[in-house]
Unconditional design. Structure first.
Length: 145
C-alpha cells in the first residue's frame, strides 16, 4: 500500500511517501498551496491512504495546534477523497532537527528538511505500529473533543 505522510505547519507542510516498510521524506511545500500539492502527489504516486501528524502535548493532551491539525486533516480528506488517519507526532520535529544538525544542513536547508523528515517519521510510525494505525479522522471527530 502506498501512503502519504503530512506534517502540517502554519507556513510549510512536510510531505513523505510510504510504501511497504519504507518511508521517504520528499519535500515541503507552502501551506497555502498544500492541499493541491497533496492531491497531485496522491494521484502521481497512487496513494491509498494519508497520515497527518496530530500535535499533542508531551503529556498526550490536546495542544493549541491540535484543532488546526484536525481541521487541516478534514480539508485533506475532502480534497482528496482518501481515508485520512491522525498520527501522534510528538517529538517528530525535535528528532528531525537533530538529524538535520547531524547532516550538517544550513539553517535555510534545515527548514525544508525538518518538515519532510517529520512527515517521514509520521509515516514510519504508522507503518511500524501494527496495532495502532492512528485514529481515523471520522472516529476522532466523533469522539468527545
Amino acid at each position: 500500500m502506498i501512503c502519504i505522510g503530512v506534517d502540517p505547519g502554519l507556513s510549510r507542510v512536510g510531505l513523505a511517501l510510504g510504501q511497504g516498510e519504507l518511508a521517504l521524506g520528499i519535500e515541503s511545500c507552502p501551506a497555502d498551496s498544500s492541499l493541491e500539492r497533496i492531491e497531485e502527489l496522491c494521484i502521481e504516486k497512487g496513494a491509498e491512504r494519508i497520515y497527518v501528524g496530530l500535535p499533542l502535548s508531551l503529556s498526550g493532551q490536546e495542544s493549541n495546534s491540535t484543532k488546526s491539525a484536525v481541521q487541516f486533516a478534514s480539508a485533506v480528506a475532502e480534497h482528496t477523497g482518501l481515508d485520512v488517519y491522525l498520527i501522534d507526532e510528538r517529538l517528530t520535529s525535535a528528532h528531525s532537527l537533530k538529524l538535520s544538525r547531524a547532516a550538517g544542513k544550513s539553517s535555510k536547508e534545515s527548514k525544508s528538511f525538518i518538515d519532510a523528515e517529520a512527515a517521514r517519521l509520521i509515516v514510519e510510525s504508522a507503518i511500524a505500529s501494527k496495532h495502532n494505525l492512528g485514529v481515523r479522522l471520522g472516529d476522532y471527530l466523533a469522539a468527545d473533543h
